[in-house]
Design a protein around this ligand. Structure first.
Ligand code: ADP
Ligand code: MG
Length: 577
C-alpha cells in the first residue's frame, strides 16, 4: 500500500472523496455502464455517485429480479451485469441472481454493502457473513477492508466474471469502508496503479492435430450433427457457425437459448426432427452446450450408444467431466474459425440428397406440417397453440431487428419453444439450465436496457409472471419497450387436477396448491402504474392488442385468458412431479 504521507505525487490539498465515490469511479474505469439493484443502507450514495458518472442505474423493487436482470445483461452484452444490494437480506435476495449467473455460466458482479466491520459479530444492523453466504454461488469473492483496496477489488471482480468460463463474482463493501475518505489525487493514483496491474488471461492454445482430428472425424461421419448452445451464443459464434454449417451441409440443432444463432427456419435445422437427429447421429459436434439433463446427458437411449462427441467448450473442467471422444477447449467462435480454416483446404459437403440430410429434412417437414395443422385451428376458449401462433406471426411481422423473446412457465414455455421462431442471435431468454421461474421481468428489463433498438416480448405463464410482477412498475417508470403477454390459466399448470383422494382433511376447502384467483386482472396491474393493459380471450382481441402494443413500443401487459384445463401438469416434465 502506498503511504500517502510519503508519496510526493499525491497532493495533500486536493479535496476528499469517500468510498462510495471511489467505487463509482472504479466501476466506470472498468467499463461498467449499467447497474441493476435496490438501494438502501449503506449503498444509496454509491448508486447516486455511479449515476453522476454516467452509469445508468435501474432501480428495482426486489434484488431477486435485479439479480436476474444483471445475469442476463451479462449474457446479452458479454460485459458483466452489475447488481447492487444492501446488506444482510438484500444480499440474500441477490443470491438468486448470483446463482443464476453461476448455473448459466453468465458474467455478473454482485456488490453488496455490509455492516460496520467493528460491529460484526455483535448483532449489527443487517449483519451477515456475506462472503460465506455467497461462497457456493461465486467464482471469486472479495471484501474491501479499507478504502485503498477498492480499485483493486473492483477490477478483480469485473475481470474474473468474464475470464474463462463466465460466472458470478462478489464484492463486499462494509459501511465503514464506504465512509472512509482519501484525497482525490490519492484516489487517482490508486485507480491507475490498480488498473496497470490488471492481468490478461492467456488463452489455451489448441494443437493443430486436435483440429485435424476433429475435421477428419466430421468428414468421415455418416450421420454428423452440430449442436450449439448458449455458450456459442455468448461467444458470438454465429458467423463461424453459419460458415461451418453451410460449407459442410451438416444438419444442426440449437438448444433452447442457442435458438436464433442460425435461423430456426434454415433448411438444415433439425429442430423439428430432434429425436431422429440425436438418436441416430454418429458424430455430434457440441459447441457451447453441456451434455446435462437438457441434452439427456449424452446417453442412450436418446443418443445412440456409440455416438462420438466432439466437445467445444471454454471450460476444460467441462470437457474432463463429460469425457468426449474429442474435446476442444477454447472460445467457441475461435475454435470454429480454426475448424473452418482446416475444412477450407479440403472442402466437403453432404448435399441435400445425402440420405442423412434428406431423412432429417423429410422428418422435419412432416412434423412441421402436423404442427401447422394444429396451429391453424382457432380454438376458443384458448388452448396454448392458438394464441402462440398469433404471437409468433406478430413477432415475425416486426422484422429486423427482431424482438427479444423472454419466456417462462411450464406449458407456456414448452409450447413456445416449439412454436415461436428465432431468426437472430441472442433473442431468446428462458428459464435456462436451472429451469428457474421468476426470471421474467428481470430478463425483460435487462434485454430492453442491453438492446434499446429492439422490442422485448415476454410470453409468460401466470405463475411465472407472478414471481416478479411488481417490476411492471419498473417497466413503466423507465418507459421500456416491453410487452408482457400473460397466459392466464388461473394457476400453476392451470386448473385443479387433484385426484379425489388428494382432497381431504380439515383444509380440503382451501384452493388447491396449484390454484390462483380465477380471472385475475393482471392487465390492470400495468394500468395501475400508467402502462397499457389488455384483456383478451379471442383471436381478434389478441391480434388487436399485439398490433397496438407492438407499434406503440411502450410497457404493456396483455392478459390472455386460457382454458384452465388445456395443457398438462408439469408441462413436459411430468415424470419428475
Ligand atoms: P445450453 O443450456 O444452451 O445447452 P449450457 O449452459 O448447458 O448451454 O452450456 C454452455 C457451455 O458453454 C458451458 O459449458 C460453458 O462453459 C460454455 N461456454 C461459455 N462461454 C463460452 C465460450 N466463449 N466459448 C465456448 N464455450 C463457452
Ligand atoms: Mg398458469
Amino acid at each position: 500500500m502506498a503511504d500517502s504521507n510519503l508519496d510526493p505525487s499525491i497532493s495533500h490539498t486536493s479535496p476528499l472523496i469517500d468510498g462510495n465515490v471511489l467505487v463509482a469511479k472504479a466501476l466506470e474505469r472498468a467499463g461498467v455502464d449499467r447497474m441493476f439493484g435496490v438501494v438502501g443502507i449503506p449503498v444509496t450514495s454509491l448508486a447516486n455517485r455511479a449515476v453522476a458518472l454516467g452509469i445508468r442505474f435501474i432501480a428495482f423493487h426486489n434484488e431477486q429480479s435485479a439479480g436476474y436482470a444483471a445475469s442476463a445483461y451479462g449474457y446479452l452484452t458479454g460485459k458483466p451485469g452489475v447488481l447492487l444490494t444492501v446488506s444482510g437480506p438484500g444480499c440474500v435476495h441477490g443470491l438468486a441472481g448470483l446463482s443464476n449467473a453461476a448455473i448459466n455460466c453468465w458474467p455478473m458482479v454482485m456488490i453488496s454493502g455490509s455492516c460496520d466491520q467493528k460491529d460484526f459479530g455483535r448483532g449489527d444492523f443487517q449483519e451477515l457473513d456475506q462472503i460465506a453466504a455467497v461462497k457456493s454461488f461465486s467464482k471469486f469473492s472479495v471484501k474491501a477492508t479499507d478504502i485503498r483496496e477498492i480499485p483493486n477489488c473492483v477490477f478483480q471482480v469485473v475481470d474474473q466474471a468474464v475470464s474463462g468460463r463466465p460466472g458470478g463474482c462478489y464484492l463486499d463493501l462494509p459501511t465503514d469502508v464506504l465512509h472512509q475518505t482519501v484525497t482525490e489525487s490519492e484516489a487517482e493514483k490508486l485507480l491507475s496503479d490498480a488498473d496497470n496491474s490488471r492481468k490478461q488471461e492467456e488463452p489455451h492454445r489448441l494443437e493443430s492435430s486436435e483440429i485435424e482430428k476433429a475435421v477428419s472425424t466430421l468428414r468421415h461421419a455418416e450421420r454428423p450433427l452440430i449442436v450449439f448452445g448458449k455458450g456459442a451464443s455468448y461467444s458470438r459464434a454465429e458467423n463461424e457457425l453459419k460458415k461451418l454449417v453451410e460449407s459442410t451441409g451438416i444438419p444442426f440443432l440449437p438448444t433452447p437459448m442457442g435458438k436464433g444463432l442460425l435461423p430456426d427456419n434454415h433448411e438444415l435445422a433439425a429442430t423439428a426432427a430432434r429425436s431422429l437427429a440425436i438418436g441416430k447421429c454418429d458424430v455430434a459436434l457440441i459447441v457451447g452446450a453441456r451434455l446435462n439433463w437438457l441434452l439427456h446427458f449424452g446417453e442412450s437411449p436418446k443418443w445412440s450408444s456409440d455416438v462420438k462427441f466432439i466437445l467445444v467448450d471454454i471450460s476444460k473442467d467441462e470437457i474432463e467431466l463429460r469425457k468426449p471422444y474429442l474435446g476442444l477447449a477454447g472460445d467457441a467462435a475461435k475454435v470454429l474459425k480454426l475448424l473452418n480454416k482446416e475444412i477450407k483446404d479440403d472442402p466437403f459437403c453432404l448435399g441435400k440428397t445425402h440420405s442423412w440430410v434428406d431423412s432429417i429434412a423429410k422428418k422435419a417437414k412432416e412434423n412441421v406440417l402436423k404442427m401447422e395443422a394444429q396451429l391453424a385451428k382457432d380454438i376458443v376458449p384458448f388452448n396454448f397453440l392458438t394464441p402462440m401462433r398469433i404471437i409468433r406471426d406478430a413477432i415475425l411481422g416486426v422484422g429486423s431487428p427482431s424482438p427479444i423473446l423472454v419466456s417462462e412457465g411450464a406449458n407456456t414455455m414448452d409450447v413456445g419453444r416449439g412454436v415461436l421462431i428465432q431468426t437472430e442471435p441472442r433473442t431468446r431468454l428462458d428459464a435456462g439450465t436451472w429451469g428457474t421461474m421468476g426470471v421474467g421481468l428481470g430478463y425483460c428489463i435487462a434485454a430492453a436496457v442491453a438492446s434499446p433498438d429492439r422490442l422485448v416480448v415476454a410470453v409468460e405463464g401466470d405463475s411465472g409472471f407472478g414471481f416478479s410482477a411488481m417490476e411492471v412498475e419498473t417497466l413503466v417508470r423507465y418507459q421500456l419497450p416491453v410487452v408482457v403477454i400473460v397466459f392466464n390459466n388461473g394457476g400453476v399448470y392451470g386448473g385443479d387436477r387433484r385426484n379425489p383422494e388428494e382432497i381431504s382433511g380439515p383444509f380440503k376447502d382451501d384452493p388447491a396448491p396449484t390454484s390462483f384467483v380465477q380471472g385475475a386482472a393482471y392487465h390492470v396491474l400495468s394500468e395501475a402504474f400508467g402502462g397499457k393493459g389488455y384483456l383478451v380471450g379471442t383471436p381478434d382481441e389478441l391480434k388487436s392488442a399485439l398490433d397496438k402494443s407492438f407499434s406503440e413500443k411502450k410497457p404493456a401487459v396483455i392478459n390472455v385468458t386460457i382454458d384452465p384445463y388445456a395443457g398438462a401438469e408439469s408441462g413436459r416434465m411430468q415424470h419428475k412431479n
